[in-house]
Each structure stands twice: as structure tokens, then as C-alpha cells.
Design a protein around this ligand. Structure first.
Ligand code: 13P
Ligand code: SF4
Length: 342
């Protein structure tokens, strides 16, 4: 971790490690034993552990695969493991369960949901869609399976632009649920997609003023922004992209300092891949802590991962009639992405 993060997060990190140690102590296990047990169980059960870049660093470190939302879906679709443990939020587990109906898909904490997915209840979205006949429905992957079931094609922040561009220019489009990502894609493509009024509470709270203040402290730093952020924050960016795209840029670019406006879990992998560079988390507008964390992603802990592998629960289930409909727009996304080499 960079010194900046160390200092900023010390209080949180200390508290977290006390909580983790306590829980591990309850299990009668030291952290290293816990990690060894997780790996042993994964091998014994032919389970693959997948993690999103936003989960805690120690969970990322023990995973077989880490990635952004698109990479996790692509990886789930092709794995030959018997069990998939999805260390991320619930919709990611659902997507894996829909793609792999014959496999057991586990999530360490079923309460780890997503404010963006929750901002788009399936019945209200279906009503909105029915009020706008003739529209192609494009949904961000951060949606429940039931919302995907009323969707024509799913996108992630890695492929949204290209998938929208692949639709005929005169096709009227509904885009949900993230109005910030939708507005950004409208600005890139010149489309006028109808936007659902949803947002991610983490990305929506970055502040222009705080990023500008960081810029004046670090004039050489480049600003990396996730497209779920609001328009004025996106305008400050040297690079806008999905977590994977921001990571790639940070590794390849000549700059040595980066201000990162996305969930701060990504800094763990950035720092590992580019240890000589400095990554500064952009702070939220309303807090004293310098980090902007998704509390849902941070619900996934090593202890919960261990228990879920040991007990093979909680299992993610999607009702067959929902899965049958939701698989089509997910597969359409995977097919278009493969064709476009994304
Ligand atoms: P990506 O993984 O597509 O960058 O999306 C970020 C996100 O908010 C996941 O919940
Ligand atoms: Fe959902 Fe936002 Fe958390 Fe991503 S960061 S899982 S979009 S609440």
C-alpha cells in the first residue's frame, strides 16, 4: 500500500484487523491457518474462488481469479470447476448462477447487495419498459436477475460503449439503471438513450472540489475515474474506464502518481502491479476518511469465505423462469464482446 493510503486508513484498518483477528480466534484459527484451510478446501472440492477488485485485499490475494464485472462473468462462463465461490456482491453471484446452472455457486455473504442494483426494482423497470414500446432495453450488469429478465442486452462498464454502438443508429434505447454511466455513453456515442434514474451511492459521492484539491497537492498526478461517477467528476479525468481499464492504464502510463476515483479496493491490485507508483484514493464528499469504500463489497471477509467453502452455503439460486429469460441478454453481451475482442 502507498504511504498515503496507509495514513488515511490506519484507523479503519486497525479496527478491521481487530475484528478479523477476533472472528478468526472464535474459529480457533490464526489467519495463516485460515488461508491454508481455504486453499485446501478449494482444492479438495474443485472450487474456483473469484473476486472483484473492490473486495478486501486479503480476499483478493487468496482468489484464483480477480477481475472486473465483465471478466468475472466471462470466467464463470468457461470454468470447469464444480463450485464457484463469488467474492463480490449478490448480482455477481446471480450472473454466475445463471451462466452455470449445473454448478454450485456460493457467495460468502448473501447480504452483500448493491445500491445500484437495488435502485432498479424489476417490477418498476418492467413498467417503465412497457410505457416505452419499441425500445431496445440495455441494462448494466449491476442489476438483479429479475431486472435482467426484462432486458435485451446486458453491458458492463468495459463494453457498454461498444455494445450500444453495435445497435443500429436509429434504434431507440432504454438504458438502466445507472444514469451516470448512461449519460456518459450518450455523450460518447451521440445517442439519446432514455435513462433510468439510478446511481451507485459510492461513485456518486466523489467530489470535484476534493479531487481538485488533491490535484493541486499532486500536480503531476493523473486522474482515473469510473464512469459510474457523476458528469462533473468524469470531466476531470485523464482516463475514464472500468476497474480493469483503469488498472491497465495505471500500469502502462508514464505518470508516477494517480488520483483514483473509484472504490478504493482497486488500489490494492494497482499497488501490487505497479509498486513504484503512488496511488491516491479520491475521497468522498462527506467524510473524514480519505477512502471511498463500498460497504457491501467489504462484507466479504476471509472468515466468511472459509465458512462458505466448508459448509457449501449460502448457495445462490435464481428461479428457473427468471434464469431462462435473464440468460439471453447475458449471453448476447458475451457473444458481442467476444466478437469485438473485449
Ligand atoms: P466494473 O467491475 O465493471 O468496473 O464495475 C464496478 C462496479 O461497481 C462493480 O460493482
Ligand atoms: Fe454496487 Fe456501487 Fe458497491 Fe459497485 S460500488 S457494488 S455499484 S454499490
Amino acid at each position: 500500500m502507498s504511504k498515503t493510503i496507509d495514513k488515511a486508513c490506519k484507523a479503519t484498518c486497525d479496527t478491521m484487523s481487530v475484528i478479523n483477528q477476533n472472528t478468526a480466534a472464535e474459529q480457533g484459527m490464526k489467519k495463516e491457518t485460515l488461508k491454508a484451510e481455504i486453499r485446501r478446501l478449494a482444492q479438495e472440492k474443485n472450487a474456483v474462488i473469484m473476486a472483484h477488485y473492490y473486495v478486501d485485499g486479503e480476499v483478493q490475494d487468496i482468489a484464483d481469479f480477480i477481475g472486473d464485472s465483465l471478466a468475472l462473468a466471462q470466467q464463470a462462463a468457461k470454468t470447469d470447476a464444480d463450485i464457484i465461490v463469488l467474492c463480490g456482491v449478490h448480482f455477481m453471484g446471480e450472473t454466475a448462477a445463471i451462466l452455470c446452472p449445473k454448478k454450485k455457486v456460493l457467495v460468502p455473504d448473501p447480504e452483500a447487495t448493491c445500491s445500484l442494483a437495488e435502485s432498479c426494482p424489476a417490477d418498476e423497470f418492467a413498467q417503465f419498459v412497457s410505457e416505452h414500446p419499441g425500445h431496445t432495453v440495455v441494462s448494466y450488469v449491476n442489476t438483479t436477475a429479475a431486472t435482467k429478465a426484462v432486458t435485451d442486452v446486458v453491458v458492463t462498464s468495459s463494453n457498454a460503449r461498444q455494445i450500444v454502438e453495435s445497435l443500429p443508429q436509429d434504434t431507440p434505447i432504454i438504458f438502466g439503471p445507472d444514469q451516470n454511466l448512461g449519460g456518459y455513453i450518450n455523450s460518447l456515442t451521440g445517442r439519446n438513450m432514455l435513462l433510468w434514474n439510478g446511481a451507485c451511492h459510492v461513485h456518486a459521492r466523489f467530489s470535484v472540489e476534493k479531487i481538485l484539491a488533491l490535484k493541486s497537492e499532486h500536480p503531476g498526478a493523473k486522474v482515473l475515474v469510473h464512469p459510474e461517477c457523476k458528469g462533473p467528476v468524469v470531466k476531470l479525468a485523464d482516463k475514464v474506464g472500468s476497474t480493469a481499464a483503469l488498472l491497465k492504464f495505471a500500469i502502462a502510463d508514464d505518470a508516477t502518481e494517480f488520483i483514483v476515483a473509484t472504490e478504493s479496493g482497486i488500489l490494492h491490485e494497482m499497488q501490487k502491479k505497479a509498486p513504484q507508483k503512488t496511488f491516491i484514493p479520491a475521497p468522498p464528499d462527506d467524510a473524514t476518511c480519505a477512502c471511498n469504500e463500498c460497504e457491501y463489497m467489504k462484507m466479504v471477509t476471509l472468515e466468511k469465505l472459509y465458512r462458505c467453502l466448508r459448509d457449501e452455503k449460502p448457495v445462490v439460486t435464481v428461479p428457473a423462469e427468471v434464469a431462462e429469460k435473464a440468460i439471453r441478454p447475458i449471453n448476447r453481451m458475451l457473444e458481442i464482446s467476444e466478437k469485438l475482442g473485449i
